[in-house]
Design a protein around this ligand. Structure first.
Ligand code: URA
Length: 234
């Protein structure tokens, strides 16, 4: 419990939430936090060569995809980024304007918050894998359409198959609904160990939502703790 509290504190601090605490406690907790971090941090395992090669080939396929109308408005496809042997896989909804320009998921403000969330659980961005349900930006950031999700899902499934993560984090309502084929409210999907094609999945808030509703960052931390427990048990 103490370790989780320390990590929660680190997470909240990384996310810009200041907590008041007695100084004597702080000194102890930093020590505990340091050792706990080394427990939860996953060293960068050498990427599976097969997975890396497979991902590279798939990225090439995605880059020339014209299966849905989004190909005509995208600047470029946004395939995914991270370790081919990641234990943690984060899946968002679709690229936004910055991602469309840079060709990498979660590089805007929401991405900075996602990086802070990763840091709080002792993970670096390059240790995890980050992707979206859609590989192309919907014009004006509108919601993904069912036909677009249907066209893109085989690419995501192949990414998951190659990486074979221990946990998938679905970021936000749209990602959760697209993956789980459910329209349950996020409140009903959070806090549970679900599965997507046999891989454990935890639903949490989208970082962009958390930027607008910082009060829910604490609940997002609970989701990360649940995901960490699932990874530890795997
Ligand atoms: N929001 C998403 O869902 N994905 C991104 O890559 C960026 C913002």
């Amino acid at each position: 419990m103490i370790a989780c509290e320390v990590l929660r504190r680190q997470y909240l601090e990384a996310m810009g939430i200041t907590l008041w605490q007695r100084r004597v406690l702080l000194a102890n907790e930093v020590m505990v936090g340091t050792s706990e971090q080394s427990v939860v941090a996953h060293g960068a395992a050498p990427a599976s060569a097969t997975a890396a090669v497979g991902l590279q080939a798939l990225a090439g396929e995605v880059a020339s995809c014209v299966k849905c109308p989004l190909h005509s408005t995208r600047k470029q496809t946004v395939f995914g980024v991270g370790s081919a042997s990641a234990e943690w896989m984060f899946i968002g909804e679709a690229p936004g304007v910055q991602e469309d320009l840079q060709g990498e998921p979660f590089v805007g403000r929401a991405g900075q918050l996602l990086n802070a969330m990763l840091a709080a659980i002792g993970l670096k961005r390059e240790q995890v894998y980050i992707a979206n349900v859609l590989k192309c930006r919907p014009p004006n950031n509108r919601d993904p359409q069912p036909h677009e999700v249907d066209c893109c899902e085989p690419y995501l499934l192949r990414q998951i198959e190659l990486i074979n993560p221990s946990i998938i984090l679905a970021l936000g309502r749209h990602a959760a609904h697209s993956l789980l084929k459910s329209d349950l409210p996020l409140a009903k999907l959070r806090g549970r160990r679900l599965t997507y094609h046999g891989i454990p999945l935890v639903v949490t808030y989208h970082p962009a939502y958390l930027l607008r509703n910082p009060v829910d960052k604490r609940k997002a931390w609970d989701d990360l703790c649940l995901a960490r427990d699932v990874v530890k048990a795997s």
